[in-house]
Design a protein around this ligand. Sequence first.
Ligand code: COA
Length: 176
Amino acid sequence: MRQPGVSVRRAAVHDAPALSAFARRVFHDTFAADNTPEDMAVYLAQAFSPAKQQAELEDARRVCLLMEADGVLIAYASLLDSAPHAAVAAAHPVELERFYLDQRWHGRGVAASFMEAARGVARAWQGDVLWLGVWERNAKAIRFYEKQGFERVGAQTFWLGSDEQHDVVMSTALTA
Ligand SMILES: CC(C)(COP(=O)(O)OP(=O)(O)OC[C@H]1O[C@@H](n2cnc3c(N)ncnc32)[C@H](O)[C@@H]1OP(=O)(O)O)[C@@H](O)C(=O)NCCC(=O)NCCS
């Protein structure tokens, strides 16, 4: 669903500080209630520092999309022209590494149009399958991905600080 004032653009390197702050906040909003403050602090520092965000924005294998409402950042998605994954049957897999909306925008229909923008990046890379890992306890995101045509194809491990967690691997074919 298109909404007035909402637009999507590719992030540039100069977006790294704003992206870092936003990514930390939405990750914390999503997972702080189900994890220890210590594990969260370790992961947030490791994954979302401005330097790490800048390095990812400079990485030619990645594209980061930003969704803005009247110029305010409300969502980001990171795509990786990925290596093969054992659970993903694809000639040219593309990983959706991150897909996060500000909580105020959940349930308002913009996630679906943002996913369409992400698929567009993967298609432009000639990808044939879009895949992702999602925490097995993140039922809302799994439901959203299922609505978007993703199917469960496997599992993988994810470390949040000292906590070994189990991700569901999901994938969907990219049709033209
Ligand atoms: C995942 C995300 C992008 C989905 O966007 P959204 O606008 O919330 O998605 P939608 O409202 O279209 O769909 C969510 C679905 O989950 C359902 N849902 C909500 N809470 C749920 C819960 N606790 N358990 C199961 N389903 C739930 C909703 O009812 C809805 O399904 P329905 O349309 O059949 O009623 C967004 O919620 C988000 O950014 N979450 C935080 C970040 C995150 O988890 N990202 C994914 C990391 S892999």
